[in-house]
Design a protein around this ligand. Structure first.
Ligand code: FES
Length: 124
C-alpha cells in the first residue's frame, strides 16, 4: 500500500449487535492468518484492538467472544492471565504489564453501523 493511503474501512456489525458492557471478536474478510479485532462497547463508546496479546501474540480468548473478566472490568488474556483496561488496552497485570493491545480505530456511523480501520502495517 502506498504511504499515506489508509486501508479501506471494514464494516463489522450494527451497534445493536454489540452487548453493552461487553466485547465481541470479529474476523476480517480476506485474512488467512487468524488475526481478528476485539470491539469493546460501553454505551455508545467503542474501543477496538487487534486480538493479539503483547506477551506471545496469541488471541486473548479461548471461547468465542469471552474476552472479559467475570466482573467485566478488564479484557483477559486466557493464555497467561494478562489484564487489559477496556478503554486503552493497557496491560495492568500479567507478563506484559506496561504494554498495550494494538489499537484499531473504529467508526460509529449515525445509522449504527460500526466500521474498523485496520492498522496500516497490518497488511491485507
Ligand atoms: S500470551 Fe497473553 S499473557 Fe501470555
Amino acid at each position: 500500500m502506498a504511504p499515506g493511503h489508509l486501508p479501506p474501512s471494514i464494516p463489522l456489525c450494527h451497534l445493536d449487535e454489540l452487548p453493552d458492557g461487553g466485547a465481541r471478536g470479529f474476523e476480517l474478510p480476506g485474512r488467512t492468518d487468524g488475526l481478528s479485532v476485539i470491539v469493546v462497547r460501553q454505551g455508545r463508546q467503542l474501543h477496538g484492538y487487534v486480538n493479539s496479546c503483547p506477551h506471545l501474540g496469541t488471541p486473548l480468548e479461548i471461547f468465542p467472544d469471552k474476552f472479559l473478566t467475570r466482573d467485566g472490568r478488564h479484557l483477559l488474556c486466557h493464555t497467561h492471565g494478562a489484564l487489559f483496561t477496556l478503554d486503552r488496552g493497557a496491560c495492568v497485570a500479567g507478563p506484559c504489564k506496561g504494554d498495550h493491545l494494538p489499537p484499531v480505530p473504529l467508526e460509529l456511523r449515525e445509522d449504527g453501523q460500526v466500521l474498523a480501520q485496520p492498522p496500516e502495517d497490518w497488511g491485507s
